[in-house]
Ligand binder design. Structure first.
Ligand SMILES: *Cc1c(COP(=O)(O)O)cnc(C)c1O
Length: 418
């Protein structure tokens, strides 16, 4: 059974009874994003530390009591979630941070955190008897939907903007999605998908609009807390586009706090790119979000008009966190540092959170005594063209040991001689 109490509008705060077809507030319309409220008293009766000790499900369904789906259709999904949380030895030394953890969500089945939302969308579609799911996406929501839908036998119609990187388009086609590349930016793509979904009656996986998806994304926070034995770090850092992921991160810690499993909600730091930073600008100037350009290599967070402004801003404000922006150069440099120090290859949007951490330490916004978790939201192989910008050319030699020795002498000194 699901523990949903009601749906509350983030604008007018009115509550609505949990109708599976309801996606936005009937009074506020399209902008009236709903938040799903749970019956925490009832959850508390079921979920405690021994509940987790006895739980053999090491995937997203481990957290079923906190989710807004029934168990019925959860049996045959891809294995989403329970990604590793690494204790960082090298980055923490390099940036003098007492306790640093890295949550590698690029290890999800389609290599991004978006799987946590997509698998929920697929299960919801099955609950409603829908055969087709649709979304618009800068890449990962789409490739993730396509993979998760393939496993469950659902059809997908997917709208992507012109700048989606090849790796993500390839994923869509290989998973068998009906791919529609829209000649325009993300805004135009989103509008077309919305019109098509209305017209055809497909299930809507657009993350901001569909309140169930933030609930899926929150499982990253539930996992971080459990992996740290319910003593989360002082800070949790994540990159931000539409604002759904960061909203989910907050919601996960909020849930655990409500049921008494954690004592405090971490300060949440949202990272955007200088070329597209509507949340950061609104936060710094304490004003409403304004449309901005989408001018960054971090395509997954290049969202000029965030669809989830309230949840995205509340996550930072209610947790006493902050918003920070980083340049594309800082993102690329963080990508390389993360790979070379920790063996984790992140796509630009995911490396942005690492860049944000480095900047926040440099500016002492995070002190050396504070503990930190960085969420890596997507894998670097998805966008090879960007990663290529961080590396130098490679050498080509004849298959000749003498030539190799000469080369090593000149270029590497004797450091490889063991
Ligand atoms: C979607 C995405 C984000 C940001 O999530 P939003 O919900 O759009 O804020 C960050 N990183 C990656 C890799 C993503 O795919």
């Amino acid at each position: 059974m699901s523990y949903i109490k009601d749906f509350r509008c983030t604008i007018c705060h009115k509550t609505w009874s949990p109708d599976p077809n309801l996606l936005t507030c009937p009074e506020c319309g399209e902008k009236g994003i709903l938040d799903i409220e749970f019956d925490y008293d009832a959850i508390r009766q079921v979920v405690n530390k021994s509940y987790f000790q006895a739980n053999q499900n090491y995937n997203i369904w481990r957290y079923l009591p906190f989710l807004s789906v029934e168990e019925t259709y959860t049996k045959n999904t891809l294995e989403v979630g329970w990604t590793p949380l690494y204790h960082s030895e090298n980055l923490s030394k390099l940036y003098q941070t007492k306790n640093l953890y890295i949550k590698d969500d690029g290890l999800n089945p389609t290599q991004s955190l978006k799987d946590r939302a997509s698998v929920i969308a697929c299960v919801k579609a099955l609950e409603l008897g829908k055969k087709t799911i649709s979304c618009s996406s800068t890449g990962n929501a789409a490739s993730s939907l396509a993979g998760n839908a393939a496993k469950l036998g659902l059809e997908t119609v997917i709208f992507v903007p012109q700048r989606a990187p090849l790796g993500k388009l390839l994923q869509l086609k290989i998973y068998g999605a009906n791919l529609i590349k829209v000649k325009g930016d993300y805004k135009a793509t989103f509008e077309l998908s919305k019109a098509a979904i209305d017209h055809y009656g497909w299930y809507n996986r657009n993350a901001a609009i569909n309140p169930h998806l933030v609930e899926g994304k929150k499982t990253v926070a539930l996992e971080i807390a459990e992996q740290l034995h319910f003593e989360p770090t002082d800070w949790v850092i994540v990159s931000v586009g539409d604002g759904c992921t960061i909203g989910g991160v907050y919601k996960g810690f909020f849930d655990l706090h409500e049921v008494g499993l954690i004592q405090h909600i971490p300060k949440i730091m949202g990272i955007q790119s200088e070329g597209c930073s509507p949340f950061v600008d609104a936060f710094l100037e304490d004003k409403d979000l304004e449309e901005t350009e989408e001018n960054t290599i971090a395509d997954s967070i290049a969202v000029g008009i965030p669809r989830n402004p309230i949840k995205g801003m509340d996550a930072v404000k209610k947790s006493a966190g902050l918003y920070l922006k980083v340049s594309d150069e800082e993102i690329l440099s963080a990508m390389k540092v993360l790979a070379q120090e920790e063996g984790i290859f992140a796509e630009p949007a995911a490396a942005a959170s690492v860049a944000g951490f480095i900047k926040a330490r440099a500016e002492d916004k995070i002190s050396s005594e504070e503990s930190v978790t960085i969420i890596v939201t997507g894998n670097g192989l998805k966008d090879q063209a960007s990663a290529m910008k961080t590396i130098s050319d490679w050498v080509e030699l004849d298959p000749n040991l003498q030539q190799l020795i000469e080369y090593m002498k000149v270029n590497e000194g004797d450091k490889h001689h063991e």
